[in-house]
Structures are given as C-alpha cells and as structure tokens.
Design a protein. Structure first.
Length: 117
C-alpha cells in the first residue's frame, strides 16, 4: 500500500512539474497579431513558384527565430529545398517588425517560431 501511494505521489509530481515551468514562460508576440504576420509573409512569396513546386498553400510552414531584442531571423520554409522560395522566406523574415520578445522567468529569451501559412 505504501509503495502504491509513493508511486502515485511521484507520478503527480512528474505530471505537475512541466506545468509549473510553463507559467514562467511567455511566447513572442507580433504587433498586429498572427493575421498581420501572415499577410506580411504572403506579400513576399511568389504564388506561381509555390504552385510550380506543387506545395499546397495550406501546407506551407515558416520556421524562424526571435532574438532577445525582438528581431526575427533565420527564416526557412519547411518541406522544400527550392532556393528561390527559401530566399523569399528569408526576405519576409527580414521585413518583419520587431516582436515583443519571449520571456523566461521575466527575462527576454530567444524564441523559435513556427508559422503555418
């Protein structure tokens, strides 16, 4: 009985530990929200190139990082090796306004962003 109770208590500690650390984290935010961010990215992507690559627009995924100062960097389209499409993604990321950076324990932190277009 004691071992079952010990296992139950340890399980509860393990399950609640990640929730406590998440409370001290805050993701980066873009001025105008996700809708404005997607509009900016779409303005820099060539729709005919996307069609030529046989990529459904609903499957486009942009991965990039937000540094501690809120600058976006290192944009890449996941799922294609097309160099022109990758250049467009990097250009779109360079054109982004500053984000409100993510925070961990109240301090600015680099954040990875994945944006489904």
């Amino acid at each position: 009985m004691k071992s079952a109770l010990t296992i139950l208590l340890l399980s509860l500690l393990v399950l609640t530990a990640p929730a406590q650390s998440v409370k001290n984290q805050e993701g980066a935010r873009y001025p105008g929200g996700v809708v404005e961010l997607k509009k900016l990215v779409y303005r820099h992507l060539d729709k005919s190139l996307i069609a030529k690559e046989h990529i459904s627009e609903s499957r486009l995924v942009l991965k990039f990082f937000i540094d501690k100062s809120g600058r976006a960097k290192e944009g890449v389209i996941i799922g294609t090796n097309n160099s022109e499409l990758q250049k467009m993604a990097r250009k779109a990321v360079r054109k982004m306004e500053r984000f409100q950076p993510g925070r961990v324990h109240g301090k600015p932190s680099q954040t990875a962003m994945i944006l489904e277009l």
